[in-house]
Write a protein that binds this ligand. Structure first.
Ligand code: IVH
Length: 690
């Protein structure tokens, strides 16, 4: 073999021919004849060498290249890829007013009244991908996955037409580009037509078709599907030398990556709106689906100052197009009881295709909504679907009421337990008063407790929870953790009978031991997941995260709640007074405390400790800001501190590490001096951050 660095084109050509034949022979021996004649290591080495040569000489890639054939191997599942820089999502906005507010928010955060320049980019409706290049060679492709861990789609990206395997211009040593893989409308129609003829599965829309084609364990299928892609952002990069989003787009374009030709630069709100309307009007004429526009602050310095919220950047937003609509019959109104006792009306619809998706249910929100729209069973209704949200009933076509339909009467007793369902003053929802005596509420709480973002216990699916609850095997979350012991108690004289779960229909020793393993694994849990698992009204994953970040430790949080420290709760950015009240009320209920006290004996709650910038000297420190800051707004300073791993507190105590004193600082500065807490200036603070 030749040294790959110094190999000539001619030599490479010969070697590629040799490799194609050799690998094909090995493939046939392995897959078709079940008689491998190369060992795995040798085989991998040949493939690796083939890949390296092709990366260096992309124009020499042969039609019969093994890289286009990617084995016939059926991989059991995708390999995982760690995304060093998380792939985030964007907040959605739906109206001009929200756009105005977004721009205002950005300006306020930056303490600026000048117009801010944005890019406006079509929001491609496909699948996001990340592609990493090392020294200009494509090495790893990934889906977004959960944002931090994606699926390895290296081979799949490799076979997309025009996907650069080798970048010949000077690029940073580590260079990760990100964008969207999509399928054109024409390709989608052609694929469905072909599949129909061959009696294969057809796809609901181009997005699904793109996802189904990209996430193929056998990349040969991906190759046949004619996917397209664009690049619109970056991930891990060893040297970010561009100064704006536009400079980045120009750079990747010069490297041969496709970028969307309709990307625009807008100088102010008016231009942003113009770009939105322009694209919306021409949406149908585009050869691919877009579902909105993405606005990004163009200047990277400003982007940096704006930073990120939990999962989305502050410097970008997705302006979604209005939803797609359809008309169908409303067959029934069902009342669902949720884990907090809320009675939610759901419309059962005559199934209908809305923008490529079959819709058979829609949310009716609440009692007032039904009354206001005068929705009756049997009505013809207009429904709409926007993105991934649950379809909604927007309007009743009253002129289509051919016969008298009865007005809908919202139940005042819980359909599940018969308890009174009441509506508090100025509350929109009616709630079952049965609390945990309402079996449905109890079951929903348990389902929530074991759900993915909470304890994430595989093996305790909805059906199992329902059955176990009915049979009295699991009544409260704590019972989950005593299952194993109760299954076959060691102590023969212990109360109750052995559960013998393995004898249940459809169960066996293996599934029972898997379940116990999952339960034992789940015992170690992060603080934010634990808080989310409690199922406190209104507290979703994002709020649970904020609470965890603020209190760090469960006991600290619980004690504050028992002291009814609402003021501190509300001071957390993102926690409003109503939610704070719900949280405190949750801890007022004796039953909840009882369950928690039992739970904390069996589970191990990790303290929250987020170090975003590990090398920052501020990591783990507690900081108090006081006085007027001149270089940033208070919010900006706070988020800078947090992203450096520091905790920001509102009051000075001996636990405070630094007080950052701005102009005319008052009592807090005095207190810091009294306690001997280190006081630093705004400039010193900036020095310490990374
Ligand atoms: S930027 C941190 N630009 O929209 C910002 N995203 O809801 C990262 N998308 O996951 C995304 N077109 O799949 C960006 N021009 C564009 C986009 C775009 C489509 C998708 C992408 C992302 C989702 C966010």
């Amino acid at each position: 073999m030749f040294d790959i660095k110094n190999i000539s084109e001619n030599e490479a050509k010969k070697e590629l021919e040799y490799l194609a034949k050799e690998i094909e022979k090995a493939d046939i021996a392995y897959y078709q004849n079940d008689e491998p004649y190369l060992d795995d290591a040798k085989y991998d080495e040949l493939r690796h060498r083939n890949r390296a040569l092709e990366a260096k000489f992309p124009h020499l890639i042969r039609d019969d290249s093994p890289s286009k054939r990617v084995g016939a191997k059926v991989k059991s599942e995708f390999k995982k890829v760690e995304l060093k820089v998380a792939m985030l999502s964007l907040a959605d906005i739906f109206s001009d007013v929200e756009l105005h507010d977004f721009i205002l928010g950005v300006k306020r955060f930056l303490n600026s009244s000048d117009d801010i320049e944005f890019t406006a980019e079509p929001k491609m409706d496909g699948l996001s991908f990340s592609a990493k290049y090392e020294n200009g060679v494509f090495v790893k492709g990934s889906t977004r996955g959960d944002g931090k861990i994606g699926e390895d789609i290296t081979e799949n990206l490799r076979v997309i037409k025009g996907f650069p395997l080798y970048l010949d211009k000077d690029v940073p040593d580590v260079f990760e580009v990100r964008g969207e893989v999509f399928m054109s409308k024409a390709q989608f129609l052609a694929l469905n037509e072909e599949n129909e003829i061959e009696k294969k599965k057809t796809f609901a829309n181009p997005r699904n078709a793109a996802a189904g084609s990209l996430r193929q364990l056998d990349a040969r299928i991906t190759e046949k599907r004619n996917l397209s892609f664009v690049v619109y952002t970056w991930g891990e990069v060893s040297n970010v030398f561009w100064k704006s989003q536009t400079e980045f787009l120009d750079f990747v374009k010069s490297l041969g990556f496709p970028v969307n030709p309709y990307n625009m630069v807008c100088k102010n709100e008016e231009e942003l709106l113009k770009s939105f309307n322009l694209l919306m009007e021409n949406r149908a004429n585009l050869p691919y689906d877009i579902d909105g526009i993405v606005y990004k602050v163009n200047d990277l310095e400003l982007q940096k100052r704006l930073g990120f919220l939990t999962r989305t950047p502050r410097w970008a937003v997705a302006h979604k197009f209005p939803a797609e609509k359809a008309i169908t019959r409303l067959n029934n109104i069902r009342i669902q009881v949720g884990r907090t006792g809320a009675l939610t009306p759901v419309a059962d619809l005559e199934p209908i295709n809305v923008g490529g998706v079959l819709v058979s249910h829609a949310t009716l929100h609440n009692e007032d909504e039904i009354k206001r729209k005068d929705i009756r069973i049997g009505d013809m209704v207009v429904i709409q679907r926007a993105g991934d949200v649950i379809p909604q009933v927007v309007e009743v076509l009253k002129e289509k009421r051919t016969k008298e339909l009865e007005e809908f009467v919202f139940p005042t007793i819980c359909p599940e337990c018969g308890a009174h369902a009441i509506r508090e003053e100025d509350e929109a929802v009616r709630r079952c008063t049965g609390g945990l005596t309402c079996p449905q509420q109890a079951v929903e709480r348990l389902k929530h407790f074991v759900s993915r973002d909470a304890f994430n216990i595989e093996g305790l699916g909805d059906k199992v929870i329902e059955d176990f609850y009915k049979e009295g095997i699991i009544k409260t979350p704590y019972d989950i953790f005593t299952l194993e012991e109760r299954n076959r108690p060691l102590d023969l004289f212990s109360e109750g009978q052995a559960l013998n779960l393995e004898k249940r229909d459809g169960w066996g020793l293996k599934s029972v031991s898997n379940l116990f393993e999952a339960i034992n694994k789940a015992k170690k849990i992060s603080l934010q997941k634990f808080i989310y698992a409690l199922g406190i009204r209104q507290v979703g994953t994002a709020s649970a995260y904020l609470i965890a970040k603020h209190y760090h430790n469960f006991n600290v949080f619980m004690n504050a709640m028992r002291d009814k420290d609402i003021a501190l709760l509300i001071s957390i950015d993102g926690i409003g007074p109503q939610m704070a009240l719900d949280i405190v009320e949750f801890f007022e209920e004796e039953h909840n405390i009882e369950v928690i006290n039992k739970l904390i004996k069996v589970v191990d709650i990790d303290d929250f400790y987020e170090v975003i910038a590990e090398n920052s000297v501020l990591a783990g420190k507690t900081i108090v800001f006081t006085g007027t800051l001149v270089k940033f707004t208070r919010n900006e300073a706070k988020s800078k501190a947090i992203s450096n791993g520091a905790k920001v507190s509102g009051s000075v105590s001996s636990a405070t590490d630094f007080v950052v004193a701005g102009e005319s600082a008052g009592s807090k500065l005095k207190k810091a001096m009294e306690l001997g807490v280190k006081v630093i200036s705004e400039d010193e603070f900036i020095e310490m951050t990374v």
